[in-house]
Design a protein around this ligand. Structure first.
Ligand SMILES: Nc1ncnc2c1ncn2[C@@H]1O[C@H](COP(=O)(O)OP(=O)(O)OP(=O)(O)O)[C@@H](O)[C@H]1O
Length: 555
């Protein structure tokens, strides 16, 4: 079996954990040190069949060759407790916004904010209609750990850049993968636009299309009036409005924020971006002399193309797990991109050929402690009950890999009693999901059992513990799940329950990602024993509940 060497191993473990560790024995001939072909290096004649020598050795790791902007990012400190920048040290931020920040208990910027806010403000230094010196500003990509304050890193400069606008038009669009996340981001925009004339609209499908249309445009005697400066949307609903809302125009769009950018590039979401970009340019193409500041589809940058200032469409990408795969990033059509990163750069640059290794593949919050619990399939529910009942955690977020698993575990814990428990998955309607999250935030729910619907971006204060009841399949999923705790400089714990067969691959996947070593946490059976009688009664009750649900479904 000759496995081709991965072109871009930087992303491989994300898609298929463990596959990056191809052993040399199976991988076929690899190049020997010094670049000689293997036969020559070993002195073995070509075509010779080697008997014995079955020792395994690791195939040399292929280093990705990255474009300079990816290989040489602007480095951002990752410790949000140490590298704070007092608000007054960034005087470019409008005094009203500074006041608002203080009113919300923020006296210093986190490192990612201190780096990104001035960069975005600089690109709008001459007003939002043209970039500095009339040139189109760079698109920005930001890769920083979960809970490091990426939301404010775009909210503050976008609000400030749009504050002097005279006519209401959609000038900023933030696209997020889920309704809950979009709602969370629109809340933050609302806080900072509150005392300004700017209006924020949320389009996620939580309300009817007609209701959302009413918040976007108003019919007038001679056309339509725009009612939103900033639109926060999920991709599907956004495309619905592009197609079906008369008068909804993105032709004045100045900022396109793509939060959770790696997720938004996944195949299921891909088609929304070309639709938005097409909607941001005039329909009549590039024929005829352009009107002042009229945007034209980007061609080669030449003296002629830069002499007519046009309103830029600047893309701002954010994620804790931003891909380094240039092919994936290319789909976004980034313009002279700039990367801010807390430790992503690896790979050679064309100029120096040197490696820039800033640590692991992704960075984790400094206050996060990672553990794993070796256990059998049967003991899993007991282990989670032990963690909650005996270790006194009061706000626990527990992830499973499917909504069925979430539901059953929820029914089981509920039947066991003694824990306030709820589930969160697509089984619930949007309204119910909102209520559950609110109750969890208010501390009314001790254990929230969830699918990956809450794995990304959701910012719930005070989560002390994340449990991976089912081990996540992908590295990215792990990063986001455990990132629901230890946010904004707080500490937190993450426990992953691992079956014997999962242990080696999982630990290897995390080691390759640069996660701090997972501490092994054994739960001896004598600690679980006292829970067994009540647990068995709960199992019997679960069986009855599942049968009843099946009966109701069939009826
Ligand atoms: N400068 C600051 N000082 C104190 N708290 C802050 C600051 N900036 C942000 N926060 C708080 O930190 C928390 C995490 O911020 P945010 O949700 O923006 O993180 P994030 O980097 O987007 O995380 P994720 O990758 O999980 O989406 C929020 O509760 C936010 O209010």
């Amino acid at each position: 079996r000759a496995a081709p060497a991965p072109l871009l191993p930087a992303d491989s473990s994300e898609e298929a954990p463990g596959e990056s560790s191809v052993d040399a024995g199976a991988a076929g001939p690899a190049e020997a040190p010094g670049g000689r072909p293997p036969d020559e290096a070993s002195g073995t004649p070509a075509q010779a069949l080697l008997l014995g020598g079955f020792g395994r050795s690791r195939a040399p790791k292929v280093r990705p060759f990255l474009p300079a902007w990816l290989a040489e990012p602007s480095c951002v400190a990752k410790n949000v407790t140490e590298d704070l920048v007092p608000i007054e040290d960034i005087p470019e931020v409008h005094p009203d916004l500074q006041k608002r920040l203080r009113a919300h208990g923020i006296s210093s910027y986190f490192p990612v904010q201190a780096a990104v806010i001035p960069a975005v403000l600089e690109s709008a230094a001459n007003g939002f209609l043209v970039g500095r010196g009339g040139y189109r500003p760079s698109d920005l990509c930001v890769s920083a750990p979960t809970g490091s304050g990426k939301t404010l890193a775009f909210v503050i400069p976008v609000v400030q850049a749009l504050m002097p606008r005279v006519v209401c038009q959609v000038r900023a669009l933030a696209v997020l993968p889920t309704k809950e996340l979009a709602q969370q981001v629109s809340k933050v925009f609302n806080i900072y636009t509150d005392a300004t004339p700017l209006r924020v609209a949320l389009v996620t499908g939580q309300k009817s299309l007609a209701k959302e249309q009413e918040s976007l445009v108003q019919k007038t005697a001679n056309g339509f009036r725009c009612l939103a400066d900033i639109v926060v949307a999920t991709p599907g609903r956004l495309v619905d409005h592009i197609d079906q809302t008369p008068g909804f125009s993105l032709q004045q769009l100045r900022f396109l924020v793509i939060d959770e950018a790696d997720r938004m590039m996944d195949s299921m979401y891909q088609s929304w971006l070309p639709r938005v970009v097409a909607a941001a340019f005039p329909n009549d193409g590039a024929k005829g002399p352009p009107a002042l500041l009229q945007r034209r589809q980007l061609e080669a940058v030449t003296a002629a193309s830069t002499c007519c200032p046009q309103m830029p469409l600047q893309k701002l990408l954010f994620s804790a797990t931003l891909t380094q795969n240039p092919e994936k990033l290319q789909q976004l059509g980034l313009y002279q991109p700039r990367l801010f990163s807390t430790g992503l750069a690896r790979g050679g640059t064309r100029d120096t050929g040197e490696d820039v290794d800033l640590g692991g593949k992704y960075t984790f919050p400094v206050g996060l402690m990672h553990h794993y619990v070796p256990c059998s399939l049967r003991a899993k529910p007991l282990v989670i009950l032990h963690l909650i009942l005996d270790m006194n955690f009061t706000r626990v977020l527990c992830f499973t890999n499917s909504r069925e698993n979430s539901h059953r575990l929820f029914l089981l814990v509920q039947a066991f009693g003694g824990v306030t428990v709820a589930e969160f998955s697509s089984r619930l309607g949007p309204g119910q999901r909102r209520t559950v999250l609110k109750q969890f935030e208010q501390g009314k729910i001790q254990l929230l059992i969830s699918t990956d619907a809450t794995a990304r971006g959701i910012d719930v204060q005070g989560v002390q513990l994340v449990v991976n009841y089912d081990a996540p399949q992908y590295l990215r999923t792990y990063v986001h799940r455990v990132g629901r705790t230890a946010r904004a400089g707080n500490t937190g714990q993450a426990f992953t329950l691992l079956l014997k067969v999962q242990e080696r691959r999982f630990l290897q996947m995390l080691a390759e990602a640069g996660a701090p070593e997972l501490e092994r946490h054994d739960v001896p059976s004598k600690l679980l024993q006292p829970l067994v009688p009540q647990y068995e009664a709960a199992l019997a009750q679960l069986e009855r509940a599942v049968k009843e649900e099946r009966r109701q479904k069939a009826a």
